[in-house]
Design a binder for this molecule. Structure first.
Ligand code: RP5
Length: 165
């Protein structure tokens, strides 16, 4: 199975990105985690992106805060799909990172999820990998089903307490 790379700009992003790791584990998708910065270690960041496809990765998740250029740098150096996660790590509550990540120039896409949207980034990566992996597609469908079942259970509980006609 293709692997997913989770790249983050700093270890201060790790707590939020744990959500992506947990989600990939649940779906049994192999992944690596690296701390690579577009600004502090630009050569290492570009080098990782350049070899990622040959190394067996199918998607890259890039999380960064503030002037968040990491996902863009990844996209510029690979033809793999790149998913950007803007981090809420600044005095601007992540709006700076959101705009830095999402406003890519035409021709160089980054699929940007919500601020701190680590879980959705992992799910989107899973959907990308599942395009060529039927067993994963089945696991993903089961995950969706479990989401539906959880909401139905909550609805049943609350509508019993506050019954409506
Ligand atoms: C970004 O700057 C990182 O992705 C992090 O979200 C933010 C702050 O980094 P630290 O100063 O905590 O290392 O590059």
């Amino acid at each position: 199975m293709k692997r997913v790379a989770i790249i983050m700009g700093s270890d201060s992003d790790l707590k939020v990105m744990q959500g992506a790791m947990d989600t990939l584990k649940t779906l049994e998708i192999p992944f690596c985690v690296r701390i690579l910065s577009a600004h502090r270690t630009p050569d290492a960041a570009a080098a990782f992106a350049r070899q990622a496809r040959d190394a067996g990765y199918g998607a890259i998740i890039a999380a960064a805060g503030k002037a968040a250029h990491l996902a863009g740098v990844m996209a510029a150096n690979t033809i793999l799909p790149v998913i950007g996660v803007p981090m809420k790590s600044s005095t601007l509550d992540g709006l700076d990172a959101l705009l830095s990540t999402v406003q890519m120039p035409s021709g160089m896409p980054v699929a940007t999820v919500a601020i701190d949207g680590a879980v959705n980034a992992a799910l989107l990566a899973a959907q990308i990998i599942a395009l060529s992996d039927d067993e994963l597609a089945c696991r993903f469908a089961e995950y969706r089903e479990s989401q539906r079942a959880k909401v139905e259970e909550k609805d049943a509980r609350i509508s019993e307490e506050y019954s409506c006609l």
